[in-house]
Every structure is written in C-alpha cells, then in structure tokens.
Ligand binder design. Sequence first.
Ligand SMILES: Cc1cc2nc3c(=O)[nH]c(=O)nc-3n(C[C@H](O)[C@H](O)[C@H](O)COP(=O)(O)OP(=O)(O)OC[C@H]3O[C@@H](n4cnc5c(N)ncnc54)[C@H](O)[C@@H]3O)c2cc1C
Length: 449
Amino acid sequence: MHDVDVVVVGAGLAGLSAARTLVGAGRTVAVLEARDRVAGRTLGGFLSNGVPVEMGGQWVGPTQLAALELIEELALKTFPTFDEGDALTVFDGNVVRYSDEDFGLPPESAAEVGRLWEQLEALASAVAVEAPWDTDGAEELDRQTLDGWLVANTEDSIARRFFRVLVPVLFSAETPELSFLHFLFYVRSGTSLETLAATTGGAQERRVLGGTHQISERMSADLGDAVRLNAVVRTIRQDESGVLVEYEGGSITAGRVVVAVPQTLAGRLRYVPPLPALRDGLTQQMPAGSVIKLQVGYDAPFWREDGLSGLVLSLDDALTVVLDNSPHDGSCGVLVGFLEGAHARTASLMGADERRELVIAALVKYFGPKAANPFDIVEQDWTAEEFTRGCYGGRLGAGVWTQYGRALAVPVGRIHWAGAETSTVWNGYMDGAIRSGYRAAAEILEKLP
Ligand SMILES: Cc1cc2nc3c(=O)[nH]c(=O)nc-3n(C[C@H](O)[C@H](O)[C@H](O)COP(=O)(O)OP(=O)(O)OC[C@H]3O[C@@H](n4cnc5c(N)ncnc54)[C@H](O)[C@@H]3O)c2cc1C
C-alpha cells in the first residue's frame, strides 16, 4: 500500500495541472515543492505603490487555449496589453519611430528582414512538431546553429543584428546557442514567428488581472494539504512495486511520480536505478537561457501622451526590449524591460545600483527625460534562482534534437516527465506547461489500476 497514488515534484503550472487532473479523477496526490511558495517561473511581485507586477511569465495569447481555459475555470480575468501608438527601434545611435511593419529599419534591411522572416515561417511550418527528429532534412537543420543559418543566408548586417536581438527576446538565448531545428520547432510549436512576436493577435496579447501566479495559487488552494512547501526532492527510487521519493525532511511512497521541474534540474536529481543514458544525456544538454526582468514604475504612462505604445527593440543597448506594462486602470505607468542572453549574464555581475543606472539611461534614451525618475524599479534575475536556473526555458543546441530528443517526454518506468519544455504545443510557455501536466496525468490514469 502506498502513501498516495501519485507524487508530483514541483508546484509550477505543469505540476499543479497534473495534480489537479489526477485529483479530479479521484486519485490521491502529494505535490512536493522546493520553494516556500508555488508558481515557479510565474512569480508575482509588487511595486512600492502596491500595483502587482509579474516577475516571470505574464502574457497569454489567442492560440494558448489550455492557459485561457484554465484561467477562466479558476475565475481569473484577463485584460489586453496596451498596444496603441508607434513603436521604437534603436540602431546605430538612432531612435526610430515607426507604425508600419518595417520595424523602422532602412528600406533595404527591412526588405531583407521580411524575406528572411518568410523563409523562417515556411521552414518552421514544415517541422514535425510531435517528433522534430522526423522532420524532412532534420539532421541538416539540426547540424547548424541559428546564427550559422543567418550568416549563410544574408549579407545584410542590420538584418543579421535584428534577428540576433529578436531571438534573445523570444528565447533569452543567443542565436549561436540554438540549433536551427530547435528554433524552427519552437516557432511551429507557438503557431508562427508572427504569433510569437506580436502583441495584439500574438503571444503578448493579454495579461491576467492581478498576475499569473494566481493561476498556481488557486490550483494549490484547491489541492489543500496535498501541496507540501519547502520539500526539496533529492532522490527518486523505483522498483516493480512503486516509487519512493526522498526529499529534505522526509520520504513518501506512490505508484507513480511526475517530475515537473525544468529539465536541467531534473538532471540533478538522483535516480535509483539510474536513468537510461539517452534521458540523462538530454537533461545535461537542456540549459535555460539567461534573463533579468525589470518592472519600472512611473506616476503616469507618459509615453502614451507622446503617441508611443511603449514597445522598443534596441539593436544597440543591453536593455533590448521594453513594453508598456501599466495596470489595466492606468493608475500609474509601468515599463517592463528585459536584459537577455549575454546582456543578462553581464548585468548579473553588476551591483543593483549599476544595473539600475544602465536601465534608466536606456529608458531616457528611448523615451526622453521623463523616463529619468521612476518611483520604483523591481527586478528578478532568474539565472540566480536555485530552483529555476535560467529562463524562459530549456533550449537545445546543435545536434541535440536529433541525437537525444526522443527521450524528452517518454516515461522511464514509473517516472513521468512534465514541464513547459516537454510540450509540443507552446513549448516553453505557460500554455505548454499546463498541457504537459495534462499529458502526464493522462499517461498515469491509463496505467494506474
Ligand atoms: C522572465 C520570464 C518571462 C516569461 N514570460 C512568459 C510569458 O509572457 N508567457 C508565457 O506563456 N510564458 C512565459 N515564461 C515562461 C513560463 O513562465 C514558463 O514556461 C512556465 O511558468 C513553466 O512552468 P513549469 O511548471 O513547467 O515550470 P516551473 O514554473 O519552473 O515549475 C517547476 C517547479 O519545480 C520546483 N522545483 C525545482 N526543483 C525542485 C526539487 N528538487 N524539488 C521540488 N521542487 C522543485 C520549482 O521551485 C518550481 O516551483 C516566462 C518565464 C520567465 C522566467
């Protein structure tokens, strides 16, 4: 007799979605969470005036149906991201305002970006998203990095720089760090490059009133005592009779276990007997990108009066991307900015004051002197988090999909894998995390007597 039917490791969106589904099907569950809170990469924060801001995952978009349905089931509300007015692109010292689809780039470079964009969309639409290693030409696509593809496909230095900035904005990882096949898979998994990049009609379309952490908090509240905080799992043992999960402070037995932590952390757990080589090799090669997310509060969203949407993409600066993140009632102005990839790694070595100066200097460059005096800045460095170790999610370098990818979501005996990185739809996003939890729960319900 086991203590519970299923142990779930990790109380992020994936783990809690799995647990909720299993409990809904009449199973007993224990969710072991290392931190003193649930919600993982969807941490909630507050500015000093009490306005809630999202320090991790925040936006949901139209094809993210699992996330949208869950939000509704939990009686949470969404509201549209502010998306009116002109955007800004910064390159070669110029801050260029634009309202068309040319990103404010010189005509030749804009045309080149458009040509590459279409090529990428076409290649992505041909990816076998359920099994990327089966894509036509998979080995050739996986042999090269995204950067290698860019260098081979355009001579236009501004177009190259544009993608070398856009990609870290989408992945928190640099173009040389990504297998070209992985990039195409990710685009396909999130519908299209256009969908990933867009606000209205795309992945940044809506926000959750009060913050996305509430999705996990509400699921956790429904699960009650089944969720145990401060329970750092270290070892998973399995034999023909069941699993024994050992955590700091205790152990628990079950018929099956769902491991719903980032893949790189799944690889740091001890498994007895050891995992098959392919699965272990995969977790060693799925690090996350680097990102520091900042929320900058102003008395008012002053950029709106200047006809600006707040969206900035800078090819010159460490603060590569900025969006309007003001509360839905406009009671103050908030700009959300990201230090991504290499810039995040450099900035994480700085002191908080130096980082703050860097961020304010960039915002003044983009929006003028009114940006000089925020009433508060809050920041979150995800690479420093022991129980996340980088964001937004795990990425695959050249060769990994075709050599190891098959092991990503296949159960190992009584161990089932969940987490945003294991989803074929909206991989790396909140929606993918939720879908992965549902998938792991369905696998178990099929197996349990
Ligand atoms: C800055 C940032 C911005 C993002 N923006 C968006 C966005 O706008 N839209 C979007 O859809 N997605 C976004 N994402 C991605 C999204 O947040 C994640 O894909 C999603 O939250 C992952 O959920 P998960 O359950 O798979 O993993 P996690 O949230 O990482 O949950 C894993 C849980 O496991 C716990 N854990 C780890 N190790 C152990 C252990 N040994 N024992 C027990 N527990 C353990 C962790 O504490 C954590 O709670 C963003 C992420 C970041 C960081």
